[in-house]
Design a protein around this ligand. Structure first.
Ligand code: ZN
Length: 424
């Protein structure tokens, strides 16, 4: 999310230096330099980490010449560097089989659990392919569910991070615009994500809504014409009970365009079981319930209304700043970190079930280049205490007693121990 200086090697002379300002402002001149680098196969390097030169390469894309990071180097970059990424990672994404999330020539390719080909309703449910890794005995997942895709988008494009400079700038509108742009660099199975994904930004009308409306119209028309399914990123709203069954809907209405989405009660009931925290975030003013849903067009666009049925989907609770959380204590801590102007990220689980090595939060401003783990221990069940002990032992052995922070929220939910101060 931050542009850092890069350099491009020059045959027979010193590398040429490009400041962040130059990269942002000098569109045409940068393009001709990148074209030359591409023609002569010159290497570029990112200078985001002090004392390191991280290799990059130029590439020709439909948007012009761009610079890409090499596969499996995403985590070497600074957390806020635009080249930071998840394809080689210590997050839950590490529990995917090789190739489920991969970077090829600057395009992030995802092998999804549910594809976008329309199938007969009677067809049996797709099962997640799972293997055991012989060396670590951990489960390896062969595809990414909608939750995995949602977490990939959030982490790859750094929406799971907060930096004090974002104060007052994050909203559904800014994130929607940003992800619309980024979706051009993602493939969902065989589909270009930008052709398959509509981002339904709530409470957005008039000229501000135009880019989202045009995108959604193109996505729904294309899905209807090509007999394909579509994806929507949206806010879930209006949680009610109808004849004893939970119902909710999508905030998908703009000035003169609307998606009328039918969500079957069975699907909502499965969300209540799988995503109780996300369901609790619906209709609150302290959180958002984000949905990534797959649907089919049932009634094509007539007078600005499209009818659709939702078939699959995952929900994710996020704070007002769009930081995901796994418990109400975590939401509280995330809000305190925002209020006290800290820089942090929220590691995400993806499809993984094993969270022994996944911190609840990472402070990014304690020591330069370090990610300082923060744990919120929120329960006292035997199972939970065993996992807590494993985590404590892991941190004490890898980082020492002072190298991580925890809050025993099960013992005292009110007073939060002092956090290590920002250093850098
Ligand atoms: Zn970098």
């Amino acid at each position: 999310m931050k542009t850092y200086p890069v350099e491009i090697e020059q045959p027979g002379s010193q590398p040429k230096f490009y400041s962040a300002e130059y990269q942002v402002s000098q569109g045409a001149r940068l393009q001709s330099d990148l074209e030359r680098a591409w023609n002569y196969d010159l290497q570029a390097r990112c200078l985001c980490q002090q004392g390191k030169k991280l290799p990059l390469y130029p590439r020709k894309s439909p948007k012009g010449y761009i610079i890409c990071r090499y596969p499996d180097t995403g985590r070497d970059h600074a957390k806020d560097c635009t080249f930071y990424g998840v394809t080689n990672t210590q997050s839950g994404a590490a529990d995917y089989s090789p190739g489920v999330i991969r970077l090829e020539d600057g395009v992030l390719k995802i092998r999804p659990l549910h594809g976008l080909t329309r199938r007969p309703p009677a067809e049996p449910a797709v099962e997640m392919p799972v293997e055991r890794d012989k060396a670590t005995n951990r489960k390896k997942y062969g595809r990414a569910s909608e939750l995995g895709v949602l977490h990939t988008i959030w982490e790859e494009f750094q929406v799971n991070q907060w930096w004090p400079r974002m104060q007052g700038k994050r909203s559904w509108f800014t994130i929607g615009r940003y992800l619309l742009e980024k979706s051009r660099m993602v493939k969902y199975g065989q589909s270009e994500l930008s052709a398959a994904l509509a981002i339904l930004v709530p409470n957005c009308f008039g000229e501000r809504a135009r880019v989202f409306v045009e995108q959604a119209q193109a996505v729904f028309a294309g899905a209807n014409k090509n007999k394909r399914r579509f994806l929507i990123l949206c806010e879930m709203t209006r949680l009610t009970q109808v004849e004893g069954r939970p119902r909710c809907t999508i905030d998908g209405a703009w000035s003169n365009y609307q998606l009328d989405a039918y969500i079957p009660p069975e699907l909502v009931e499965s969300w209540v079981r799988r995503y109780p925290l996300a369901m609790n975030a619906i209709d609150t003013d302290h959180s958002h319930c984000i949905g990534l849903l797959i649907g089919e067009v049932q009634n094509p666009d007539k007078k600005g209304r499209v009818g659709a049925k939702i078939l699959h989907g995952a929900l994710m609770p996020v704070t007002r700043q769009f930081i995901p959380y796994d418990s109400s204590h975590e939401a509280k801590l995330a809000n305190i970190l925002v209020e006290t102007s800290r820089a942090f990220s929220k590691p995400l689980r993806y499809d993984s079930e094993d969270d022994t090595t996944l911190p609840d939060f990472l402070l990014l401003d304690v020591r330069r280049g370090d990610e300082y783990p923060c744990e919120v221990f929120g329960m006292n069940t035997a199972d939970y205490l065993a996992r807590r002990q494993a985590k404590e032992a892991f941190y004490n052995s890898t980082r020492g007693m002072d190298g991580w922070w925890h809050w025993d929220a099960a013992a005292d939910a009110e007073s939060i121990p002092p956090l290590p101060g920002p250093g850098r």
